[in-house]
Design a binder for this molecule. Structure first.
Ligand code: 4NP
Length: 164
């Protein structure tokens, strides 16, 4: 199972999702052969490490983002990945527009795996305060647990649940 997390810049939300999912899946779904990656729909920050505020907030919870580098979504991602999960609707729309007709990846919102959090999108923390990064991590941790649970079912996450 190959999962790609997508946000705008690939320096805040999606690298955090990548790292959290990698860490939690190793504990909660150790028998699932899982590849996780992340990318941005915009190319402003390509090659850069994640935002230092995101790195610091993630490190306080035990997630190491320091080795990650931003990249943008590429056409072949739609062939390589089984699931491409966007952080918000704007990025999901961009993915839908860019997906080739032959795409094998299923597209959806990451928070579809966190139906009880009261949010269907992970808010963009880039221009906000420190608290935004904690909120992003709370949402991502909940959705990552939900995705692990879906991966652990015999059929896997065949359908992406509807986001509220
Ligand atoms: P991300 O956050 O999409 O979660 O990585 C952002 C990063 C950079 C910008 C916007 C959002 N930006 O406008 O540069």
């Amino acid at each position: 199972m190959r999962v790609l997390f997508v946000c705008l810049g690939n320096i805040c939300r999606s690298p955090a999702a990548e790292s959290v999912m990698r860490t939690l899946a190793a504990r909660a779904a150790p028998h699932v052969a899982l590849t996780v990656d992340s990318a941005g729909t915009a190319a402003y920050h390509v090659g850069e490490p994640p935002d230092r505020r995101m790195c610091a907030a993630a490190a306080r919870r035990g997630y190491d983002l320091s080795g990650l580098r931003a990249r943008s979504v590429e056409p072949q991602d739609f062939e390589i990945f089984d699931l491409i999960l966007a952080m918000d609707r704007q990025n999901l729309r961009t993915l839908e527009q860019r997906a080739p007709a032959t795409a094998r990846a299923r597209l959806g919102l990451f928070l579809a795996y966190a139906p009880d959090v009261g949010f269907s999108e992970v808010p963009d923390p880039y221009y906000g305060g420190e608290n935004g990064f904690e909120q992003v991590l709370d949402l991502i941790e909940t959705a990552a647990r939900g995705l692990c649970a879906a991966l652990n079912t015999t059929t896997g996450p065949a359908r992406i649940p509807r986001a509220g």
